[in-house]
Write a protein that binds this ligand. Structure first.
Ligand code: GLN
Length: 295
C-alpha cells in the first residue's frame, strides 16, 4: 500500500489502524513504539491492553480518538510515558510519579540491590534516602526490610507529596519523610545506612536535552556533575554510626572520581558495582570509626 502522508488519529479509525498509525508516528522518538501506542490507546479507551487484541476491528468513538491523539502528541514531543500515565514500575511496585520527581530508572535498582546486601534480612537498622523524589529507593528498602526504620528527605515539597502518597498506597508503616536539603532535616539523628541517587549530570551535558520534562534540580549538579556527591560525601559522616555505609548512584563515567571524593572525605572500603548494562553505577563506602576532623 502506498502511504499518502500521515493519517490523523482523530479520523474514524478502527483499533488496529489507530495502533498501526500511532506506532509509526512514535518510531522516531521511542524505543518501544508499539508498546507505548498500546498502553496509551488502552488508557484512552479505558480498557485493559488485552481488549485491543480481542477487538481490532472495533471503531473508536471520536472522544476516545481525540484523547488518544492528544497523548500521542505529548509522547512525540518527548514527554516520558511515566508522566503521561502518571506511574512507573520500580522494584515490582507501581509508583506514582509527577513532573516534580524523576522517573525511576532500572539502573537505580542496582542501588537497591546493594542496599539489600548491606542490610541483613531481619535487621532493624536506621536507613535514610537523601533526595528521595518519588520515594522509589526508600520505599523498596522499607518494603524489603520491614524491621528497618526508613527516613527519606527531599528539597521539593511537591516530590515529597508524591512519595508520601506512594507510601500510603503501599501501606508501608516504617517510612517517614522530611523536607529539606540532603541531611539538613535529620541533623539530630544517626543512621546505619545512607543511600542516595543525587543529581549527577554535568551542567551543559547534551544528554540533558532529552530529559527536558524531568526536574533539572534532580539531574544537574555543577560543572562536572559531582557537586551533590561532594556535599553528601563530606556532610554525611555527621549522621552516621561507626561502620555505617554510604551507597551512592552516579554516572557511568564517574566511579573513579566518586571514589577519590570519598577517600578524600575519609571513607573506607570503597567499592563500585555495575548496573545491568555492565556500567559502574553504584559506589559503596564505610564510615571509619575515626572521622577526619573538620569533615
Ligand atoms: N541516570 C539518569 C540519566 O542519566 C540521571 C539520574 C540522576 O542524575 N540522578 O538519565
Amino acid at each position: 500500500m502506498v502511504r499518502e502522508g500521515r493519517i490523523s488519529l482523530n479520523e474514524f479509525l478502527k483499533i488496529d489502524q489507530a495502533l498501526a498509525e500511532a506506532t509509526l508516528q512514535l518510531q522516531p522518538i521511542s524505543e518501544s513504539p508499539r508498546l507505548d501506542a498500546e498502553l496509551l490507546l488502552a488508557r484512552a479507551l479505558d480498557v485493559q491492553r488485552s481488549y485491543l487484541f480481542a477487538h481490532p476491528e472495533e471503531e473508536m468513538d471520536p472522544a476516545a480518538a481525540a484523547r488518544f491523539a492528544a497523548t500521542i502528541a505529548k509522547r512525540i514531543d518527548g514527554m516520558p510515558m511515566a508522566y503521561i500515565v502518571g506511574e512507573k514500575e520500580f522494584w515490582s511496585m507501581t509508583l506514582l510519579v509527577s513532573p516534580a520527581t524523576l522517573v525511576p530508572r532500572p539502573e537505580t535498582e542496582t542501588l537497591v540491590d546493594q542496599a539489600m546486601i548491606c542490610i541483613p534480612r531481619k535487621s532493624a537498622m536506621q536507613v535514610i534516602d537523601l533526595g528521595t523524589g518519588s520515594g522509589a529507593i526508600a520505599l523498596a528498602i522499607a518494603r524489603e526490610r520491614p524491621a528497618c526504620d526508613v527516613m527519606a528527605t527531599d528539597l521539593s515539597e511537591e516530590a515529597l507529596a508524591v512519595a508520601r502518597e506512594n507510601a500510603r498506597r503501599l501501606k508501608l508503616p516504617n517510612i517517614e519523610f522530611r523536607q529539606g536539603a540532603w541531611i539538613e532535616p535529620v541533623a539530630d539523628l544517626v543512621f546505619d545506612i545512607v543511600v542516595s541517587n543525587p543529581p549527577y549530570i554535568a551542567k551543559g551535558d547534551p544528554h540533558l536535552e532529552s530529559l527536558n520534562y524531568e526536574p533539572r534540580q534532580a539531574l544537574e549538579s555543577g560543572e562536572d556533575g559531582l557537586d551533590a556527591i561532594r556535599r553528601i560525601a563530606i556532610s554525611t559522616s555527621a549522621i552516621m554510626k561507626a561502620n555505617g555505609k554510604l551507597l551512592l548512584e552516579h554516572g557511568s563515567q564517574q566511579a573513579d572520581a566518586v571514589s577519590a571524593i570519598l577517600t578524600e572525605a575519609g571513607w573506607a572500603d570503597i567499592r563500585s558495582f555495575n548496573d545491568l548494562a555492565g556500567l559502574p553505577r553504584v559506589t559503596v563506602a564505610t564510615r571509619r570509626n575515626e572521622v577526619k576532623a573538620g569533615l
